[in-house]
Design a protein around this ligand. Structure first.
Ligand SMILES: *Cc1c(COP(=O)(O)O)cnc(C)c1O
Length: 398
């Protein structure tokens, strides 16, 4: 599943140990995946309830409840459930009337969906380097990337850390640009005390299996401008006229979320505080154990940020004495899954020719990506699991 999954392997099955494995003292220890969903609350009960009610399609009480609760939690007027986080970005760009030939400023250190969504509407993602202090798009480098064609900025809250939204919004206002938050990895993270999802024209979220909240596949857009929300609602549902059923004034899409998925999300929302608190605990255990380790760098946390850790991030610098590849292979030999940081998008086949033609240089992105690994991070981890990961990392040095 790892190689096929868009962003890791949330559901790596853990096979029951065979008799032979149990009896051998040096048996391979239990696998620690990089991510795993926590579905231990009312998820099953609500999914069964949705099925028994026969409301399994894209309307129903769970969907209404999810949209109402998620909007309130993200301090927004509306939330729209959609089928995944990629579609959420596509919907936001269409609602903002992004067109062929337009340019959108995006970071290169992000999941590929951020840039792919720009292409879906015919726009070109223009890559801007990240700030070493946040690892998110660098507000100081935006201005130089603005051209006559620039329409907006997608600020990604990378690995759970919010981007510097005030500086980004200020620059956007000067140039008449819109801003979208890609909050797929940062549910409930805060910026100067304000919650992700409330910090720009609109924000997008993912509920894929390895994300902070999940329903398997799902996404949402939060938005407070009622005109923009109405445009999104129309485009999400095949373009149907909200006041006239079966009449379609525009070309729309089927981007809807099901009531079945929303049922799972309602259960996740009930336990959001525990889920976020446990992620912060796992993150703190790692920081405690790895503090001062030579050749190990951490994700910086800006003084105004409260992060919701998505995947624990490390920089394995040359001082470590082993390459990132060697470290990852060693962890794998201990049955611990890790993953490399995102490969910078400006170096990938769909985008590199255009990036080269624009003469883009993104040294901070390149350096972070080259040395970065993610360690297992999920609410079901025990302190013992974190000990095992840290011990494996220490033994990679020898
Ligand atoms: C996961 C992710 C997405 C896409 O979400 P899906 O639900 O997998 O489509 C978009 N942007 C970022 C930054 C992500 O991490």
């Amino acid at each position: 599943m790892s190689s096929l999954a868009p962003a890791g392997s949330p559901n790596t099955p853990v096979p029951a140990p065979s008799r032979a494995q149990v009896q051998t003292p040096e048996a391979t220890p239990r696998r620690i995946p990089v991510a795993a969903p926590d579905l231990s609350g009312n998820e099953e009960r609500y999914a069964v309830e949705a099925i028994r009610s026969s409301w399994i399609s894209s309307s129903g009480a769970f969907l209404d409840r999810f949209e109402r609760e998620f909007a309130a939690l993200c301090d927004s007027q509306s939330a729209l459930g959609v089928s995944n986080g990629t579609v959420a970005l596509h919907l936001a760009l269409m609602a903002l009337d992004v067109r062929p030939g337009d340019e959108v400023l995006v970071p290169s250190l992000t999941y590929i969906a951020t840039a792919n969504a720009c292409r879906y509407v015919g726009a070109e993602p223009v890559f801007v380097d990240v700030d070493p202090a946040t690892w998110c798009i660098d507000p100081a480098k935006l201005e130089a990337a603005v051209t006559r064609r620039t329409r907006g900025i997608i600020a990604v809250h990378l690995y759970g850390h919010p981007a510097d939204m005030d500086a980004i919004n200020r620059l956007a206002a000067v140039h008449g640009l819109w801003v979208i938050e890609d909050a797929a990895e940062a549910h409930f993270a805060t910026y100067k005390g304000r919650v992700a999802g409330s910090l720009a024209r609109c924000a997008t979220f993912s509920f894929y299996g390895n994300k902070i909240l999940t329903c398997g596949e799902g996404g949402a857009v939060t938005v407070s401008d009622p005109q923009l929300a109405l445009r999104m609602r129309t485009l999400r549902g095949q373009g149907v006229d909200p006041a006239r059923r079966y009449y379609f004034p525009v070309t729309g899409y089927n981007f809807r979320m099901t009531n079945l998925a929303a049922a799972i999300l309602c259960a996740q929302l009930e336990r959001r505080e525990q889920i976020v608190a446990k992620r912060r605990q796992v993150y703190a255990w790692y920081r405690e154990r790895l503090a001062g380790a030579p050749g190990v760098g951490f994700q910086p946390i800006a003084p105004w940020a409260q992060i919701t850790p998505w995947l624990m991030c490390l920089q394995i610098t040359p001082e470590f004495g082993r390459s990132r590849q060697e470290v990852m292979a060693h962890m794998e030999s201990q049955n611990i899954e890790t993953r490399p940081f995102f490969i910078p998008l400006h170096t990938l086949p769909p985008f590199r020719a255009e990036s080269r033609a624009r003469n883009e240089h993104l040294p901070v992105t390149d350096r972070l990506a080259q040395w970065g690994i993610n360690l297992p991070t999920y609410p079901g981890m025990t302190e013992g699991d974190v000990d095992r990961v840290c011990a494996a990392l220490a033994s990679a040095r020898r």
